[in-house]
Design a protein. Structure first.
Length: 177
């Protein structure tokens, strides 16, 4: 009879940023969630992660320590990209959308329609918007870089004032690099 191997728990780390407290959920594999603490969907996202992966305990991991260092550099204006390994589960379509988000350069934006075209499904604009909203890794999977077709700031679970702040910050960052 084989023995059961207990998977290491997921670890929740609270991180202060210029935009308010954020919550990171990591393990030895990588980053599972990174959200603003006041995001309406956060309790649902936490329940989903716990049902899939087990208990979440508070603390830090090597991944959360690295994330904190990289975030400090990002907010200080000395980093545009992140090295964290992201562990996010979604349908093949949703994963393609998330992949397209990561490809948007810092300082640039795309519309939902442009993302739909990028993934080869130009008529799937609404589905792209849903997949964008389902992203559980704020800033690193830059859903904030997606705007309305007319250039307006729309649809950000972290609140539109944060989206504007991030886009303005990244506009400044893109001029430094």
């Amino acid at each position: 009879m084989g023995s059961l191997i207990q998977a290491p728990p997921l670890v929740l780390t609270r991180i202060d940023t210029p935009l308010g407290e954020m919550v990171a959920v990591t393990d030895e594999v990588g980053l599972h969630l990174f959200e603003f603490h006041d995001r309406t969907a956060l309790p649902t996202e936490m329940r989903r992660i716990e049902s899939r992966c087990g208990a979440v305990v508070e603390g830090t991991t090597a991944a959360s320590d690295a994330l904190q260092r990289e975030l400090a550099e990002y907010f200080a204006g000395t980093r545009q990209t992140f090295g964290a390994r992201i562990v996010q589960r979604g349908s093949p379509f949703t994963s393609r959308v998330w992949g397209a988000l990561v490809e948007i350069p810092c300082g640039e934006t795309r519309s939902y329609g442009q993302i739909a075209e990028r993934i080869g499904q130009p008529s799937a604009v609404r589905a792209v918007a849903r997949a964008n909203g389902a992203n559980q890794v704020a800033i690193l999977v830059p859903c904030h870089r997606v705007i309305g077709a007319d250039g307006t700031l729309v649809g950000y679970g972290g609140k539109l004032w944060r989206k504007k702040w991030l886009l303005d910050h990244e506009q400044r960052l893109s001029k430094l690099f």
